[in-house]
Design a protein around this ligand. Structure first.
Ligand code: ARG
Length: 591
């Protein structure tokens, strides 16, 4: 069965009709504001339309609200929600027990769990993770990887055509150093055992030499030039580095249950850069300046908002984007322009989301500006995020002062949850404990990431993350286990087909309200691309379930009351598991 409208959109439709009946002309394509009430004493939903339109109609807002409410009642809205007027003219809606009961009938068997499909499906390219070859993924990449994956999953479920692309940095200046290291320092056995680690080791070692020994720096630069001019030996080493890196990265993605539709890294665009820059020059979009080919301001924006201007000592000066260096080399920006062209042409992208550290904001502002000038119609969005902090409030570092490696972080989280399982679920078989530790450990890392507003920094506190109590993945995973365990205690599997739920007690109403909200909040995640809306909703749902379970006995109840309550438990479990899966987190059956 596919989902009908949410209660919110049903009310919105009725409100639109009532507004028209009351003489309000709504601008084309605008639906009247109907928000979820912050305070339940005022009902479930609230609208301020009367206040918005009263002035235009030269009416008192309360009087207009009265007319709207009369029209609502006339149309039979009362079956869905009763209405009243509050304060200066707010219209409050309180959903009826009848309507809640029907929602429960629908939710228990709806394969979309009450979530409508997007009415405007779009081709969305999600550019995320994108680590750099030979520089292993560090925790900074964790945010991009986890946020990008979750946004992709959510958008797909909402009905968009999502194309995920791992735009890895496989063509940077680091290859001069890596090739030098490969020729002089590589340890083959280590490379086979832990490729990413070995590549990182040689990169770090050469980096030190590069800084201290000008002769070595010179050789590295030469290796890069040789690579870029097509030297066979260097090309072969480069290819091996990329292959080995991809293997290592894939091992991490597999662990995290993350996959990409494409891996079109920077190198994929190599042969497109020369013609692109020629075209930019020919069209006048880029100009030569001191031998470099640069994009300057389009002079269409206010200088303060212009990404091609910067203020130096009170004066606005040009801040060009270099697309071809003096030595003829291309860079990150050039590749990104070519990448947009490709995504528009080949994938017909309507939207491109770049899930990248906020520190690259200038790059993206410039990139988006020049793309718009070149006629790009797609919506381009830099999905920014902040920093992960250590307990000392400073950016997270290892004891040696290095950036922690993603793998280590995942392993630490798994060990921490293994310790808790050992303590709390001592009698589970060892194999199950191991599997559980992985599920909880990885879930904890993901949930901590996704439950924070992506633009805020957060403190990485393993003990808190894996705790069973608190705003954590294990709390949600455990809540789901608790819902499921109710069904194990029954003699037979309940049959919900033809369910005629009867919702009446406060605990039942509150839980139903939360369940129905899933379809209302999920689409709003995409308004600002904030998975924390979903994460926090799931926490609220779990809390609401626990209160319901305290207040309303399930196994001790009988007849239709019991069937209704079981339907609530079933739906809670389904939504918890589904919501977690959209965050990339799995749900164990036992804990
Ligand atoms: N490789 C880059 C980095 O690690 C991120 C690339 C993001 N995507 C893009 N199209 N620029 O900083």
């Amino acid at each position: 069965m596919s989902t009908s409208l949410t209660i919110q959109s049903q009310l919105q439709e009725k409100l639109t009709a009532a507004l028209i009946a009351a003489g309000v002309e709504l601008p084309e394509g605008i639906s009247p504001a109907l928000s979820i009430s912050a305070d339940l004493r005022f009902g479930d939903y609230q609208s301020n339309v009367a206040m918005m339109f009263a002035k235009k109609l030269k009416m008192n807002p309360r009087e207009l609200a009265g007319k709207i409410v009369a029209a609502l009642q006339e149309s039979g809205t009362d079956e869905l929600a009763t209405t009243d007027i509050a304060g200066p003219g707010f219209i409050n809606f309180r959903v009826t027990q009848q309507a809640w009961s029907e929602r429960v009938n629908l939710l228990v068997s709806d394969d979309r769990l009450g979530v409508p499909q997007a009415s405007n499906p779009a081709n969305i390219v999600v550019d995320f993770s994108a680590p750099n070859v030979a520089k292993p993924m560090h925790v900074g990449h964790i945010r991009s990887t986890i946020i990008g994956d979750s946004l992709s999953r959510i958008s797909r479920f909402l009905g968009h055509n999502v194309i995920t692309d791992n735009h890895i940095g496989d063509w940077g200046t680091q290859f001069g150093m890596v090739i030098y290291g490969w020729k002089n320092l590589i340890d083959q056995a280590a490379l086979e055992a832990a490729p990413l680690q070995e590549l990182l080791r040689i990169y770090r070692a050469v980096n030190l030499l590069y800084k201290s020994d000008p002769a070595i720096a010179e050789i590295c630069k030469n290796e890069l030039v040789k690579l870029q001019s097509g030297d066979e030996e260097n090309k072969a080493i480069w290819q091996q580095c990329v292959d080995v890196s991809k293997l290592g990265l894939n091992a991490i993605y597999d662990r995290l249950d993350i996959s990409f539709d494409h891996w079109l890294g920077e190198s994929y665009y190599n042969d497109k850069l020369a013609p692109l820059t020629e075209a930019l020059k020919a069209s006048g979009e880029a100009k030569l300046s001191d031998g470099a080919l640069c994009v300057f301001s389009g002079d269409e924006l206010e200088v303060k908002k212009d990404p091609f201007k910067k203020n130096e000592d009170g004066e606005w000066i040009d801040l060009p984007m270099i697309v071809r260096k003096e030595d003829g080399g291309f860079n990150y920006a050039t590749t990104d322009i070519a990448t947009i062209d490709f995504r528009l042409q080949e994938w017909n992208a309507d939207k491109i989301w770049y899930v990248v550290d906020a520190r690259q904001s200038l790059h993206f502002r410039q990139l988006f500006d020049i793309s718009k000038r070149r006629g790009c119609q797609a919506e381009l969005e830099h999905v920014t995020f902040g920093t992960i902090l250590g307990k000392d409030g400073k950016p997270l570092k290892t004891r040696d002062g290095d950036l922690p490696q993603l793998e280590d972080v995942l392993n630490d989280a798994i060990s921490a949850s293994r310790a808790i399982i050992e303590e709390k679920s001592a009698d589970l078989p060892a194999e199950e404990k191991d599997a559980l530790a992985i599920s909880i450990g990885l879930g904890s890392v993901k949930f901590t990431e996704l439950s924070h507003n992506r633009n805020s920094d957060y403190v990485f506190d393993l003990d808190k993350m894996v705790a069973l109590q608190g705003d954590t993945a294990p709390y949600l995973q455990y809540s789901n286990v608790r819902c499921q365990s109710i069904f194990r205690k029954l003699d037979e599997t309940p049959d919900f087909s033809g369910l005629q739920a009867e919702i009446s007690e406060e605990g039942e109403i509150s839980l139903t309200r939360m369940l129905a909200r899933y379809g209302e909040i999920l689409p709003t995640v995409l308004d600002d691309l904030r998975p924390n809306i979903l994460a926090n909703y799931l926490l609220e749902l779990a809390r609401s379930f626990h209160s319901f379970f305290e207040a309303c006995p399930v196994l001790q109840s009988e007849g239709n009351t019991q069937l209704t309550r079981l339907a609530l438990c079933k739906s809670t479990s389904r939504i918890l598991a589904h919501g977690l899966s959209l965050l990339g987190i799995d749900t164990p059956n036992r804990m």
